[in-house]
Ligand binder design. Sequence first.
Ligand code: 1HN
Length: 345
Amino acid sequence: MEQLATLEDLPKEYVQDLTQSNLVPLWPSLRNVLPPQKPTPQTIATAWYFKEIKPLLLEAGELTPIEKAERRVLVLANPGHGLENMKASSVMYLGMQLLLPKECAPSHRHTPNAVRMIVEGEGAYTTVEGQKCLMEHGDLILTPSGLWHEHGHDGDEPVIWLDVLDLPLVYYMEASYVQPGGLQKVTSAGHGHRYGAGVVPTRHFVRENPSYPLMRYSWKETQKVLHALAADEHHEGPLEVTYINPETGEDCQKIIGYSALMLHPQETVQLQPRSCAQVFHVIDGQVQVKVDDQNFNLAKADTACVPCFAQIDLINTSDQPCYVFVADESPVQKKLGVYSVRERN
Ligand code: 1HN
């Protein structure tokens, strides 16, 4: 492709005149905003190890009372975006949150969508629009845009979970804000499962939250489906299930997509390069994530982020099955018509 003229190729006075009138020449920047063949992501392949996070998170539990934090979170920040910008990728935010016994993270609602993937500890729950959702290891709990949510803890050990939000995108759109304080009356206890069995309480009028029928995806149930796929001789391709909205069959959230993958002992899964960044979080087991020329060895509760169009292998080097939670930007990219998948080299 033709090398284009730079800003330095223009007379200084001309550039000053442009600036005076709030004008900018396109050609010196054209190759930056439209790089050939593929984007040049700021997102760099990064891994965060739970053995490093946990002691620091527990220390935060001693340093900062929940009342002074509202949400006690250490953000998993991608250095390619600048740590202070709190992005794992251009669309995805990741954080590890700690709730101690008897603590309460008060009710609020906001425009970004969030999910929690429960990492460790028992006895905590999230209440979403009055539906109490128990938090057990591997469960996925949705707190979609605009719905009141709070966290509580009746157990006796620290509970830690991974938060995934579309905050970077919503913030970029200047659409991010919070409303504090909505009192929630708990209307259903326990499982947040209105649709868990494919049925709902009959209402002859309009259902509340028709677009988010299911708030909690229990890991026990998800894992059963993965095992059933593994036992199905007709199944082809990777053992992977997508968390969907059972009412529409679409992705469970509008911007970020979520799935769970199972790898047999010693299995390698070669992923096709895709136009979106992805996050891998180990629910159980061990996996080696090969990203182009880099290698990350992830154990239980570790998390990694990879940029768009990377060549990725997931390798289970152990003799135990491995379960990986995946978050990606495909729902928003598909809606905007910019999603694509390529063949591997
Ligand atoms: C939030 O509301 C939670 O509700 C966690 O637990 C992390 C990060 C940014 C903005 C809102 C929560 C968050 C958040």
